[in-house]
Design a binder for this molecule. Structure first.
Ligand code: NAD
Length: 242
């Protein structure tokens, strides 16, 4: 049951703001059918998946990642933006909205959000880890779908331009995210455990006049310093008609 007083308070913050940043994590997409990492039924609930997005593990043996990707890519391809993605996109009609996402599922873009910074990269291109050759990931989908490893002709393995643990973040997306948060009147974190650094440090760039709202199923380390915390499902909260 969503607390309607909290929803009203959230709406008041939106009405009083001009520049809004949504910092989103895997939790915003669970209602689209894509599992997150750290929920009870998330990807990490299977011990096999713990090192899936670890760069050292990938370079040592890319097979587990590509075996996992065969199924995960299909789940992502078949998923649709949910009411949370759509509500954020709709807010562009009245506010200056920037989305900073840790997600690689493209659902904000497909919902119609125009300014989306992907601080953990995206799946659009892949790169050979040996010679750096870049290719549209679509071109190697047939190999990935079979659970096989996509190789470049030089013998190197292709890796999607998604940030793995142990890699640095895409610089441009990071700098634009930081700037948007510095200039925001309202920062709204949605569906993130705020456990993955450096992305979890982004709220620290907000100014003193910027309000912080956290919408998440479970508590996060920043709840105590937020102006408003709403626990529950992002889709239900963001699309709430109250
Ligand atoms: P996380 O798994 O650490 O945390 C997700 C949080 O969302 C949890 O605290 C959970 O309680 C909450 N949550 C789950 N469903 C929710 C819902 N419907 N409404 C509100 N809250 C909900 O995810 P994270 O903080 O994003 O960090 C983990 C990393 O996972 C990120 O780097 C991200 O790139 C990667 N990831 C992305 C996807 C995707 O693209 N959809 C999927 C899995 C993992």
């Amino acid at each position: 049951m969503i607390n309607q007083e909290l929803i009203q308070e959230f709406k008041g913050y939106i009405n009083q703001s001009r520049r809004i940043v949504f910092l989103t994590g895997a939790g915003i997409s669970t209602e689209s059918g894509i599992p997150d990492f750290r929920s009870a039924d998330g990807l990490y609930s299977n011990p096999k998946n713990i090192n899936i997005f670890d760069i050292s593990a990938f370079l040592a043996d890319p097979k587990p990642f590509y075996q996992f990707s065969a199924e995960f890519l299909e789940v992502m391809e078949n998923s649709l933006p949910n009411p949370a993605h759509l509500a954020i996109a709709r807010l562009q009609e009245t506010h200056l909205v920037t989305v900073v996402t840790q997600n690689i599922d493209d659902l904000h873009q497909r919902a119609g959000s125009r300014t989306v910074w992907c601080v953990h990269g995206n799946l659009e291109f892949s790169r050979c880890v040996k010679c750096g050759h870049r290719i549209a990931t679509q071109e190697i989908y047939p190999v990935i779908r079979k659970g096989e490893i996509p190789y470049h002709s030089c013998g190197g393995v292709y890796k999607p331009e998604v940030t793995f643990f142990g890699e640095s973040l895409p610089e441009e997306d990071w700098l634009y995210s930081q700037k948007a948060i510095e200039e925001a009147d309202l920062l709204c974190v949605v569906g993130s455990s705020l456990a993955v650094y450096p992305a979890a440090a982004l709220p620290g760039y907000r100014s003193r006049k910027c309000r912080l709202v956290i919408i998440n199923r479970e508590p996060t380390p920043l709840d105590t310093e937020a102006d408003l915390v709403i626990h529950g499902d992002a889709g239900k909260i963001l699309s709430n008609p109250a």
